[in-house]
Design a protein around this ligand. Structure first.
Ligand SMILES: [Zn+2]
Length: 406
């Protein structure tokens, strides 16, 4: 089972100074900053997935690449641009989430083939159009006409994509994208794609589905699937179900979820093999919009906020060095939290107490926890938050490695 990490240009600076919260004056971002596969060992994924929409950056939710970065990707190729080791593979897709509101995908077959070819991807997924809707097998609800149309668009584009890839002598493996709204419609797409000549198929639009719904689709696909066909689950990370998925021909998946939980989830920010912990919020006085408003309106004194912020960081570091008690850290955190959070918001203190008492970073073998200690458990700015995301990827990698497929 292969896990691909979708790229969103998430890098960290190895020389970042956590004590003074500043970058090295000698840092050259594109030369010195590192990706997750350079920051931890073993590499926490088998490969990366790069979306054309994220590179192009013209539609909503995109725009992660500057023009010079885009040009470097084309010039260097995906492997050199990402400084990927031989063991990592690359797959390109169009990033259908970014154009979900459009009537048709905004790309032509030729430009997508050109993107995959020029960047030197190992595999490239045909242009698809996501269907957002699910009808279970036993229901007699009719699919919306727009769903049928999106499935048809995806199939037609897949057919043109494969023909054009063959005609141009493309070096990447073409992957057909299947869209559907339930077991039979996914099976239909897979059957059609196999008939066209695809032997690797990516299942799209399943992100909102529950695991048992995905399984129902996979069972229906089993009825039509060729014995050598391989399935990829787009945007799906269900470690608990992966062994089951594998029995139905799934050989790869991609997801950003464990990475993003580090800074997007309200509670489950720091993962361990069996648990998840809440990271300790110590926002920067300058970088927190809510706090800034309170300061500007005069309800909070800036000097008081800065003092409280510094007291938290100092107490946390002393706690990690066993120089201060848990009670003292919690007192400092409570003082700052009461300034940052309004009276209506729920306090995180009980969650922090659990994080600090268990101090899970002390037991983590990953290079980042070993080097940065408690800093990785502090929710504050992208250098700490992304490192925590990279740590979560190492936990996922270990979980995947402990599964048995066969
Ligand atoms: Zn770690």
């Amino acid at each position: 089972m292969k896990f691909y990490f979708p790229d969103s240009q998430d890098l960290v600076s190895p020389t970042y100074d956590f004590v003074n919260d500043e970058y090295s004056p000698y840092r050259v971002r594109q030369r010195d900053d590192v990706y997750a596969h350079q920051a931890v060992t073993p590499i926490p994924y088998d490969g990366i997935l790069v979306s054309k929409a994220v590179v192009d950056g013209s539609m909503k939710g995109a725009g992660k690449y500057s023009t010079p970065q885009r040009e470097r990707l084309y010039r260097l190729g995906v492997r050199n641009f990402f400084r990927l080791p031989e063991t990592c593979s690359t797959i390109g897709d169009c990033g259908a989430f970014n154009y979900i509101d459009e009537e048709r995908p905004p790309y032509e077959v030729d430009e997508v083939i050109d993107f995959y070819g020029r960047c030197g991807f190992d595999a490239g997924i045909s242009i698809d159009h996501i269907i957002f809707g699910y009808i279970p097998q036993e229901s007699d609800t009719e699919p919306e006409p727009a769903w049928l149309e999106r499935q048809q668009i995806s199939l037609e584009l897949a057919e043109n994509f494969l023909a054009a890839a063959k005609k141009n002598g493309a070096c990447f493996e073409p992957v057909g994208a299947a869209q559907g709204w339930g077991p039979d419609s996914y099976a239909h797409s897979v059957a059609q794609l196999q008939k066209m000549g695809y032997r690797r198929i990516a299942l799209g639009g399943m992100v909102p589905l529950k695991s048992h719904e995905i399984l129902a689709c996979l069972r229906a696909i089993d009825e039509v699937r060729n014995h050598d066909a391989e399935l990829h689950l787009l945007g799906i990370n269900r470690v608990d179900s992966m062994e089951q998925f594998a029995r139905h021909g799934v050989t790869s998946f991609d997801s950003t979820s464990v990475f993003r939980q580090a800074f997007m989830d309200d509670r489950n920010n720091y993962h361990t093999a069996t648990d998840a912990y809440t990271a300790i919020r110590v926002p920067q006085v300058d970088g927190n919009p809510a706090l800034k408003r309170l300061i500007l309106s005069g309800s909070v004194s800036q000097a008081e906020a800065i003092t409280a912020e510094r007291a938290c960081l100092r107490a946390l570091r002393e706690f990690d060095g066993e120089e201060t008690s848990l009670e003292d850290v919690l007192t400092a955190l409570q003082a700052y939290e009461s300034l940052v959070l309004g009276p209506k918001k729920k306090s995180y203190l009980a969650l922090y107490e659990r994080t600090l008492s268990d101090a899970p970073w002390r037991a983590c073998p990953c290079a980042l926890c070993e080097k940065h200690g408690i800093e990785i458990a502090i929710f504050r700015g992208s250098e700490r938050n992304k490192r925590r995301g990279f740590h979560n990827l190492t936990v996922l990698e270990a979980k995947m490695r402990s599964l048995t497929f066969g």
